[in-house]
Ligand binder design. Structure first.
Ligand code: SF4
Length: 181
């Protein structure tokens, strides 16, 4: 029996990872956020980004040590702060390290503010499942979900629904204040 076959026999049939590539960095300051305070764990750095080396190690290891499908959920903070180039690298590495026939799924949970045409096209092309955080009508949404400067964010997020729809991305809506009330 080959070493690779022995490794695969003990490998998980599928793997699901939740990844925070920008730690707690975010362009919003939602009242109910339980995660922003985690930035205090790294007081010496103001901006937190997953390095190329960590990204490649993470993807190569999960792909090569999982017998079947791999599902990666990208969350924050706000994961789009990592930049589109970062996510292009994600899919390149997934293609590079995927085992033959291995299915890979990506999900992105975002507040939507940084999305634009280039993002939407990329997300559609690689079939990301998008979770867009919107807390309902503007009065409700803006009550809790405000920018660093305490500006309302509904007007920044709502148009992104149409952008994603036009690009036929797989979209689900997440409402946090529904759970908060
Ligand atoms: S968008 Fe998410 S991570 Fe950012 S402040 Fe709001 S709840 Fe927290």
């Amino acid at each position: 029996m080959t070493l690779e076959r022995m490794n695969m026999e003990s490998a998980p049939l599928k793997s699901s990872l939740l990844i925070r590539p920008v730690s707690a960095d975010c362009n919003l300051r939602c009242d109910y956020c339980f995660y922003l305070e985690k930035a205090a764990l790294y007081p010496q750095t103001k901006t937190h980004r997953m390095s190329q080396k960590v990204l490649e190690t993470l993807i190569s290891q999960v792909m090569q040590h999982t017998a079947g499908p791999v599902s990666l959920a990208w969350q924050g903070g706000e994961p789009t702060l990592a930049g589109l180039d970062f996510f292009m690298q994600v899919v390149e590495l997934e293609m590079q390290y995927a085992r033959p026939g291995q299915i890979v799924g990506n999900a992105l949970q975002t507040n939507g503010i940084l999305l634009n045409e280039a993002w939407a096209e990329f997300l559609r092309l690689y079939k990301f499942l998008i979770g867009l955080s919107l807390d309902g009508p503007s009065a409700l949404h803006d009550h809790y979900r405000r920018t660093k400067n305490q500006r309302a964010s509904f007007g920044l997020v709502y148009p992104q629904i149409e952008l994603l729809r036009q690009n036929m991305t797989s979209l689900s809506m997440t409402s946090l204040s529904m759970f908060w009330w």
